[in-house]
Write a protein that binds this ligand. Structure first.
Ligand SMILES: C[S@@+](CC[C@H](N)C(=O)[O-])C[C@H]1O[C@@H](n2cnc3c(N)ncnc32)[C@H](O)[C@@H]1O
Length: 256
């Protein structure tokens, strides 16, 4: 995690930690297990994302509730919990990642619930949350606006979003009817590219890549009308925070 020098409260010991890492065919999250053992080498991109999100988060989340969509091995779930969140629920549909998350939860001794669920099924959820973590997930969804609207209905405050995105480029655009009466015009922004197969990174689980205007428009449509500045952490990776409330717990101005 981002706290290289902090040992987890319930480490397994070096040999067992190494065995745990090796027991899974792969890891996506780099998480510290104690005794000098990490799930992955190098630095995880999620650590940079958390560093960016942290700019808007208060030092203490004061018991606020969090839903982490596409929680993977639980990096953001654990970090929000360690920052003082109350209820934390991670939603993930791949069993191997849930198994990883449950082992990490024991080692870090945090009270996080993980639920095997498809993000497209959130419309039936009755529970409400103060914050939504929505990192690395939008472009994996077949129906991202539907999921954002579902989240908008169950969220009382803010969303922290990170996604693959189309960078601004004068070559991008589409001729589409605009205005009243509508006539064909060249529209440069507010688009989302459809990925039918595995054209993006050879990964067939990618479906849509939006540009910044499209992300902002979808957030507003979902009710998150107060938007931070968009920040690109990599040339095609966009981070933002957005809230339904003018008096959000998050400091939107500090995000840039
Ligand atoms: C690129 S990883 C991002 C993980 C983490 N949120 C982060 O930003 O580091 C995407 C994660 O979302 C999960 N995921 C993708 N589509 C999902 C869906 N429809 N419902 C639930 N989880 C999903 C994947 O299994 C994977 O763990």
């Amino acid at each position: 995690m981002s706290h290289d020098l902090v040992e987890p409260p319930k480490p397994l010991g070096r040999e067992q930690s190494l065995a745990l890492v090796a027991s899974f065919p792969s890891w996506y999250h780099r998480i510290y297990l104690g005794d000098g053992v990490w799930t992955l080498g190098g630095r995880g991109f999620h650590e940079d994302v958390w560093g960016q999100f942290s700019k808007a988060l208060p030092a203490d989340l004061g018991g606020r509730s969090v839903i982490d969509v596409g929680s993977n091995a639980g990096y953001f779930s654990v970090e929000t919990k360690r920052r003082g969140a109350g209820r934390v629920l991670g939603i993930e549909f791949i069993d191997m990642y849930l198994q990883q998350a449950r082992r990490i939860r024991e080692i870090w001794d945090v009270d996080v619930e993980y639920r095997q669920s498809d993000a497209h099924t959130l419309s039936g959820m009755q529970e409400r949350f103060d914050l939504v973590v929505f990192a690395g997930i939008l472009y994996h969804l077949k129906n991202p606006l539907q999921v954002l609207e579902d989240l908008g209905r169950i969220c009382d405050d803010a969303i922290l979003i990170e996604t693959e995105a189309i960078p601004d480029d004068p070559r991008n655009g589409v001729v589409v009817r605009q205005g009243v009466p509508a006539v064909p015009e060249f529209k440069r922004k507010g688009m989302m590219a459809f990925i039918e197969r595995d054209e993006l990174n050879g990964d067939g689980s990618n479906w849509w890549v939006p540009d910044v205007e499209c992300v902002m428009g979808m957030l507003r449509t979902a009710g998150f009308v107060h938007l931070s500045r968009p920040v690109f952490l990599q040339p095609t990776r966009l981070c933002m925070v957005a809230s339904k409330r003018a008096d959000s717990l998050l400091d939107l101005a500090a995000f840039g």
